[in-house]
Design a protein around this ligand. Sequence first.
Ligand code: SF4
Ligand code: SF4
Length: 92
Amino acid sequence: MPFINECAVEACSYNVGSACHALAITVGDPPHARCDTYFVTSFEGGDPAATGQVGACKMADCRHNSRLECQAPGIAVGPGREAADCLTYSPR
Ligand code: SF4
Ligand code: SF4
């Protein structure tokens, strides 16, 4: 699974130091490439020893997408149209 190389959404409960620690995020709520795992609550989530990875992606029109899985070597997440977007999204 591709690694999340950086995530600038520090308000997310899975984020520590601009790094995602969710074991597997889901991207997409077509037509928008948002991080669907983005969640704000009062405690930290994820595994602090792990680097987040992309578990599934619903953006079938992205050039990195094959069979609803991300094939990019890694992705970046940050604020875009919404609070947490896949910045590596690239429509075919
Ligand atoms: S990639 Fe998504 S789940 Fe991970 S820290 Fe960023 S917004 Fe949160
Ligand atoms: S790069 Fe494309 S296929 Fe990979 S997670 Fe982002 S939108 Fe999905």
